[in-house]
Design a binder for this molecule. Structure first.
Ligand SMILES: Cc1ncc(COP(=O)(O)O)c(C=O)c1O
Length: 360
């Protein structure tokens, strides 16, 4: 483990909100009002009105009836599958879904069916061919955390409608950034009515901590009554909810942050492409450069770190064997000149040092 050093190109603080003075003040004010901790589970003495308030503000942003706030996204994913999936159900999960989704599914009694990453036809054929006694669920990230690509949500929504499956979308890396209001890819694709629940982490673009699970009133009430990772855990510090209430307003009002991040993503994509790196048709703020072997990815990352860029190597088991990579994540604080320097360096280091390098 290593402290942050150099230009941040590895955190998930995409909108540079974690250090925003207004948010720091809100957190301090929250501690003054509510104390350092919540002292108990929400269903006991740990509840405060500020949780209700921030949940309804987030629901308004997200365009859903109700939301429930969890201490972390991992905890949310651990809880929701066990709560909603029963014996006889089947869950169809993208092969590159995050560890928290995988672990959440493991805790449920449903049958797990893996479909090829982002593959609409593979999902369709599995949904049609697997015999399921109970309900079907489909789960995907909307913007994949280690690959930076976007799931075909519209197509998934249509397939789920046709086959009667419930669609669960993890918006961890999209919330705060995509869509007109910044609520995520569900908003951008307009599929609100087709989503059973979404998971929206608050420790990445929102700059604070925790996660909102959003859905309709009845579904979220079911979580409140049944979700073990919510019920049997001390509520998050209310000060965090107080700060989040501030950040939701900022997301709504400060569109320029999102616009800048999009512009940087497009610019960086263009620069990489010009330098001979394959890039996605739609560049996002997450840019993987797959190297292959772990040692090589670590060697390239340390060269970049020596040059002042905080780029980290991501290795198996976080990513599949043989696809160790640099995960470059952009944020609004990075300058155009930094990116230019980075691409020159990348080209130089990768071409010189790694004969076997490949990129996706
Ligand atoms: C797709 C996805 N879901 C959930 C999580 C877990 O969220 P948290 O870090 O709030 O526990 C992450 C974290 O990296 C993630 O990438």
């Amino acid at each position: 483990m290593a402290e942050p050093r150099g230009i941040d190109l590895s955190s998930n603080d995409y909108l540079c909100l974690a250090q925003d003075p207004r948010l720091k003040e809100a957190m301090i004010e929250g501690v003054r009002r509510y104390g350092a901790g919540s002292t108990a589970s929400r269903l006991l003495r740990g509840h405060r009105d500020v949780f209700d308030r921030v949940e309804s503000e987030f629901s308004r942003l997200k365009g859903t009836e109700r939301s429930l706030y969890f201490s972390t996204g991992y905890q949310a994913n651990l809880g929701i599958f066990q709560t909603f999936l029963e014996e006889g159900d089947a869950v169809f999960s993208d092969e590159l879904n995050h560890a928290s989704i995988i672990d959440g599914i493991r805790l449920s009694k449903a049958e797990k069916v893996i479909f090829n990453h982002g593959d609409v036809e593979d999902l369709r054929s599995r949904l049609c061919s697997v015999e399921v006694k109970g309900q079907k669920f489909v789960v995907t990230e909307s913007l994949f955390s280690m690959d930076g690509d976007i799931a075909p949500l519209k197509e998934y929504a249509a397939i789920c409608r046709e086959t009667g499956a419930n669609l669960i979308v993890d918006e961890a890396h999209a919330v705060g950034i995509y869509g007109r209001k910044g609520s995520g890819m569900i908003e951008e694709t307009g599929i609100w009515d087709d989503v059973f629940v979404s998971i929206n982490t608050a420790g990445k673009a929102l700059g604070v901590a925790g996660a909102f699970v959003s859905g309709d009133e009845q579904t979220i009430e079911y979580l409140v009554q049944r979700c073990r990772s919510f019920i049997f855990s001390t509520a998050p510090p209310p000060a965090v909810a107080y700060a989040l209430s501030k950040v939701i307003g900022m997301i709504e009002m400060e569109e320029d942050r999102r616009t800048r991040l999009m512009a940087l993503s497009a610019l960086f994509g263009g620069m990489l492409s010009e330098a001979g790196f394959p890039v996605r048709e739609r560049p996002t703020q997450i840019v993987p450069i797959v190297i292959g072997r772990s040692e090589e990815a670590v060697a390239v990352a340390s060269k970049l770190q020596e040059a002042g860029f905080d780029v980290r190597a991501i290795r198996p088991p976080t990513v599949p064997e043989g696809t160790a990579r640099l995960r470059i994540s952009l944020n609004t604080g990075v300058s155009e000149a930094d990116l230019e320097r980075l691409v020159i360096l990348l080209k130089d280091i990768v071409k010189k040092e790694i004969e076997t390098a490949f990129f996706v």
